[in-house]
Write a new protein. Structure first.
Length: 239
């Protein structure tokens, strides 16, 4: 096994590529955060990642967050929900997640707020925006974001908006992918000019294993990297 076949080697490669993408964009390397996506990977992989200094992990499902939060209770890890959140799972997210990056509708905001009030806590959130025409992608339409942010700020004090998130189109054409990231950045820049009280838009979570360098060049502040760090995922066979 070569160094690059280990998690440590893969992580070092990703960190180097992030630095190089920042350099191409004329940005400071420290301006981009890496969110390792540990979905479907077990406790051994998490422990190995912890040994490399990683303490914040992205997950797609509240059930998996619940299991891992219990397994690593007291280890100071943070679990970030990046997958689509069903309203009936808001209780789980309010209890176990350090952050939700997929807030995309009023019904979910309302459910999270009520559950957070019961838990006596607040929650950092990113608003997910749909920047592609793919029906499989979730997110608010760009024109809906401004009134949504205003409503969050005025009605849901337990939700602390920190920025925006998107998934780019699944396309071999880098220009199409780049356009999704650029659209989110331009939307954010316009929203900043509105100066909505109580809303922070400092963060843009965009870019995954296959496209994060394009995202960084277009202004991403956080990239969500899973398989390029943890290795190939092995999904269970459908029953």
């Amino acid at each position: 096994m070569t160094a690059d076949d280990t998690m440590a080697g893969r992580l070092a490669q990703i960190q180097q590529r992030i630095r190089e993408a920042c350099e191409r964009a004329g940005r400071a390397p420290g301006s981009v955060t890496l969110l390792p996506v540990s979905k479907t990977f077990g406790e051994d992989a998490i422990r190995e990642a912890m040994g490399l200094g990683l303490t914040r992990f992205g997950e797609n499902k509240t059930q998996e967050i619940r299991q891992k939060a219990a397994a690593f209770e007291g280890d100071g890890l943070q679990w970030v929900l990046i997958g689509h959140l069903q309203t009936n799972k808001a209780k789980d997210a309010a209890r176990d997640a350090a952050e939700v990056q997929s807030l995309d509708r009023v019904e979910l905001a309302d459910a999270l707020h009520r559950r957070l009030q019961n838990e006596g806590r607040t929650l950092d959130v990113l608003v997910q925006v749909k920047t592609s025409s793919e029906p499989s992608k979730f997110g608010m339409e760009p024109q809906e974001v401004s009134p949504f942010l205003r409503r969050i700020a005025s009605e849901y004090p337990t939700l602390r908006v920190q920025g925006l998130m998107t998934l780019a189109v699944n396309s071999p054409d880098p220009n199409e992918v780049r356009a999704c990231f650029r659209a989110l950045r331009e939307l954010r820049d316009g929203l900043v000019q509105e100066n909505i009280p109580g809303v922070s838009l400092d963060r843009l979570s965009m870019g995954m294993s296959g496209d994060f360098e394009l995202a960084i060049e277009e202004g991403s502040t956080e990239v969500r990297i899973g398989s390029a760090i943890f290795g190939a995922r092995h999904y269970p066979d459908p029953q």
